[in-house]
Structure formats: C-alpha cells, structure tokens
Design a protein around this ligand. Structure first.
Ligand code: SF4
Length: 340
C-alpha cells in the first residue's frame, strides 16, 4: 500500500511552491505549515510567496518588528499563527543555531508547533516516516480503518502500522504524510470520495460506505456575542488602538471596543454579523467623540483601515467597520464626529 500511495502522489500531486523536489528548506516547510493550518492551499500561495520573499530565513523573520510580520499575514486571519511563527524564529536563533531541528521532541517544544506540526515538518522537511493527523488525514484514516469515532492517536498508529516502514523514506523524496494529506484533499473528499481513483482502495475497510466514517461529531452550538466598536473620526482619519499581545486579534490594531455588557451612548452605524470559528459577532458600531476614548490612540486614514491597515494591520471585523464608514456621508457639522 505504501508504494501505491507514494506512486499515486508522484503522478497526481498538485504543484505548490512549497512542494519542491529534492532536499527541502525546513524553515520554508514550517512557514507553509503555519499558513496551511487554517487556509486552503490554493489561497495560501500568494501569501506564502510574499512571506518567504520578505522573510527568507529564520534570522530575517526574528529580526523583523511584529507589525511587519502581521502586515505580511494580512487577509489570512488567525493572526496568532503569524505571532507564533515569529516567536518560533526567535527560538530557532537562540537555541538551535538558526536551523529547524529534525528531532520530533525538539520540534514539538517550539512555540505553537504541537504534535501535528512537529510530525508534519519532520515528515515533509526531513523525510521522517511518521504520520501527522490533520482534518484530511483524519478522514482518510477513519475510512481506511473503518473507525467510527477514532481519536487522532488511534488514526496515527493505525496508519503508521499500515503505511510506514521505518525504511529510508527520504530516498523517495516524498512522505506518507504529505501523500495522505493530498489524497484527502483531492480524492477521499468529505462528500462523494472518488474511490475508483484511490490507490488505497484494495486495503480500505470503509470503501463500501465511506461517508459514514468518521461518524458525525456532536456539533457545538455557535455562540453569539454583541460587540460595540467605538468609532471616533477626525477629518478622514479614525482612532485605532493596538490590541494586547494575547487574546482575540492579538497584536493587531483596531477600533476601541466597549466593555462586555456596556451599551455605549452614541449614534449607531449600520451593524452587521461577523462569523468567527466558534461564534458569531453581532457588530454594532457606535459613533463617539474622541474625548470618549481612553488609552493611547493613533489616527489612521479610514481608507487605509478599509484596505487592511497597511503598516497598522487590522482584523477583518475592523476593516468591515471602516468600509461602512466610507459608505456614510459626513454631515459637515464639524470634523470631530461623524453622523451616521
Ligand atoms: S477507497 Fe475511498 S474511502 Fe477508502 S481511502 Fe480511498 S477514497 Fe477514501
């Protein structure tokens, strides 16, 4: 099965800039893995090229200010990934001589890497014969092994027993993990898997009813939350604040936000829903005079915020608030307050 899977990958894998033939730059693999955690591969390509051109080595990434790193991440969301990668580069420099370690335990000890990341990097950068379980591999494994409610460890062990040999996988230039990820993305898809094209079909215990594996997980009810961004404007600029380095939208710039439960005074701007992974935000911006804001404020052109913030990168929700502001015609009653 192992050879059939790797042969299939050789013939069918999509071309991506991080899938280079021959020895790979482990740092580049690490950047690609960070990008691919929450972003589809095709969408990640321009950001990947931009990122490795701007930060071609761990040293260049570690030396950059976090604003630069976040700016290169703009539009991809989940900005914590960028900050973790930045922190990772600093550890590589400080502890590992500016190189990515090839040892699983050392990889897993890096900031934000975890079990999946360590195994994915070890497999794809160093040819290690290990399985890393992401959503695609979880689905392929559950079907191949006919497991209805498997944990990731059961899938990892089951797939390694079936497909990994501890031989010399680097000679093939491709890892079982990368081939499984690609198979899950293109053949063993969530709906209507193309079993007739699958190299694992002869060994697949779930092929007669693939869509029953894995069984449905209980879906968590999506939480709803009200958010009141406070919008103050001077001429064509709006007041932004830097968010803390931990928590939602860490390190990004954004409109100040009213405390939870507070319903601020002020005119309203057209509200909207903003969907995050596990919750839906009911965004109800309030127009407030600048004196209403506390803390350090930076005035940024509203058009710049609507375009993502430039050197003051903002989250998508703040970009959407700025877009609504641009749709509003100022009243001309003064330049400190916008009337919606
Ligand atoms: S035979 Fe079908 S269900 Fe089984 S691994 Fe291949 S595509 Fe998935």
């Amino acid at each position: 099965m192992r050879e059939a899977l790797l042969d299939w990958f050789d013939a069918n894998a999509r071309a991506f800039p991080w899938r280079t033939a021959g020895p790979r730059d482990a740092y580049v693999v690490m950047v690609a893995e960070a990008l691919l955690q929450q972003t589809q591969a095709a969408r990640a390509v321009p950001a990947f090229l931009r990122f490795v051109a701007r930060f071609p080595t761990p040293a260049s990434l570690a030396a950059a200010p976090s604003e630069d790193v976040l700016a290169q991440w703009q539009g991809l969301g989940y900005y914590q990934r960028a900050l973790r990668l930045h922190a990772c580069a600093a550890v590589l420099l400080r502890v590992h001589g500016a190189a990515v370690p090839d040892d699983l335990a050392a990889l897993q000890a890096l900031p934000g890497i975890g079990r999946y990341g360590a195994r994915a990097i070890a497999a794809q950068a160093f040819g290690r014969d290990v399985v890393a379980v992401d959503a695609n591999v979880r689905r392929v494994g559950a079907r191949l092994l006919a497991l209805e409610a498997p944990g990731d460890l059961a899938i990892e062990r089951g797939l390694e027993a079936l497909l990994c040999s501890d031989a010399t996988p680097a000679l093939r230039g491709v890892s079982v993990t990368e081939a499984l990820i690609e198979l899950g993305a293109t053949v063993c898809t969530p709906r209507a898997p193309a079993c007739s094209l699958c190299p694992l079909r002869p060994a697949c215990a779930g092929r007669s009813a693939p869509e029953s594996y894995p069984g449905r997980r209980a879906t968590r009810a999506r939480l709803r939350e009200v958010m009141h961004p406070l919008v103050a404007r001077r001429g064509g600029r709006v007041a932004l604040q830097r968010r803390p380095r931990s928590g939602r939208w860490a390190g990004l710039w954004g409109f100040p936000v009213a405390a939870a439960g507070e319903v601020p005074q002020g005119r309203t701007l057209a509200g909207f829903e903003h969907v995050l992974t596990h919750r839906t935000l009911q965004v109800r911006p309030r127009i407030v005079p600048p004196r209403r804001l506390s803390g350090e404020i930076t005035w940024i052109p509203v058009s710049q915020v609507a375009a993502g913030g430039g050197d003051h990168p903002v989250a998508a929700v703040d970009r959407r608030v700025a877009e609504r502001l641009l749709e509003v015609r100022p009243s001309g009653r003064g330049n400190d307050e916008v009337v919606a």
